[in-house]
Design a protein around this ligand. Structure first.
Ligand code: MTE
Ligand code: MO
Length: 214
């Protein structure tokens, strides 16, 4: 694609994103790796609400429920005993930095779907964290092969700064959609908005659409 074509395509994407409307989960199909308005960083910045909960493994657990046939609570040992996924992905923060090639390891969201078995009316997922942070996604966005609950980053246990013991990674959305220090996952027929979503940020949060604000 030549540069003017690419520019046109990018502008069309931005216009589509800014037009608003109900459903904007339209994927950018161009060949740019870096989403519009982002710049690349080599380091890994830390963003949070001003405090980083410390959860000893012995006290950590993850509860998954709501509109499912089989709600569960996993201890740390039970979580680690689930099938493990590794996935390399790029990370895009809405404050405009992106970090390429992060190697995550953990439990895939698709495995979670298989275990808890969402009811057909479950179309949304709400994540709650140990710092009381929340964020919401459609079940469709979570049901992807690169979405996981990560306990490791680049071959090492995930640090507390970056959300350890366990955080959510949703590579195709801005990073605020990935809850650090995740504690509860609730499937629902109702799209309850999370911390940033009620504060003016986009419900859909698609980086390639420059879809930042709601
Ligand atoms: N529990 C929790 N998860 C969170 C946040 C938070 O404040 N609390 N911040 C979000 C935001 S805005 C971003 S950009 C990423 C930052 O992840 P990082 O600190 O590992 O870079 O975590 C997201 N998940
Ligand atoms: Mo962010």
């Amino acid at each position: 694609m030549d540069d003017s074509n690419r520019l046109t395509k990018t502008k069309e994407q931005w216009a589509r994103a800014r037009r608003g409307g109900e459903e904007r989960e339209v994927f950018y199909d161009g060949d740019e790796r870096l989403p519009p308005g982002q710049h690349l960083v080599e380091n890994f910045p830390v963003l949070d609400l001003g405090f980083k909960p410390e959860i000893p493994f012995s006290e950590w657990n993850l509860t998954i429920g709501g509109c499912v046939t089989t709600p569960i609570t996993w201890t740390w040992e039970q979580f680690l005993a689930q099938p493990q996924l590794t996935d390399r992905s790029d990370f895009h923060c809405v404050t405009s930095w992106s970090r390429y090639d992060n190697d995550w390891a953990g439990v895939s969201f698709r495995h979670i779907i298989a275990v808890v078995n969402p009811l057909s009316l479950a179309r949304f997922v709400l994540f709650k964290s140990y710092d009381d942070y929340t964020t919401n996604l459609t079940l469709e966005a979570c049901d992807d092969d690169d979405v996981l609950l990560a306990h490791s980053w680049n071959g090492k246990p995930l640090s507390r700064d970056h959300g350890g013991p366990v955080r959510v990674i949703v590579p195709k959305r801005y990073a605020w959609k990935g809850a650090k220090w995740v504690k509860e996952i609730t499937f629902s027929d109702n799209d309850e908005k999370g911390f940033w979503e009620v504060r003016g940020y986009s419900n859909t949060a698609l980086p390639w659409n420059n879809d930042r604000y709601g």
